[in-house]
Design a protein around this ligand. Structure first.
Ligand code: SF4
Length: 89
């Protein structure tokens, strides 16, 4: 089992800066640049952003803003990390 699969994600949610998201900006409609920017600006100051991002990548969250990233950005990060792990092994 890899360390990400072992990851206890339940606890980090308690510190989420988006816990009070009543606008739904973290799951914006396609192309809603304004909502994406607002969500990312909240993520910028979120104390659990790294945990959130790792969780989203590990669990293949395909929609929404997680850890300050869009789904496309997460796919790119996952490819980069996978390549880095491959090179290191
Ligand atoms: S990083 Fe962003 S999406 Fe993740 S918990 Fe924090 S505010 Fe919410």
């Amino acid at each position: 089992m890899n360390e990400l699969a072992d990851y206890q994600y339940e606890e980090w949610r308690e510190g989420a800066a988006c816990a009070e998201d009543t606008e739904g900006i973290f799951f914006p409609d396609d192309g809603d640049v304004g909502a994406i920017r607002r969500a990312k600006s909240i993520c910028d100051d979120c104390p659990v952003a790294q945990d959130c991002l790792l969780y989203a990548i590990e669990t293949n969250q395909s929609v929404g803003i997680w850890g300050g990233t869009t789904p496309r950005e997460r796919r790119k990060l996952k490819r980069q990390w996978t390549e880095e792990i491959r090179r290191a092994s």
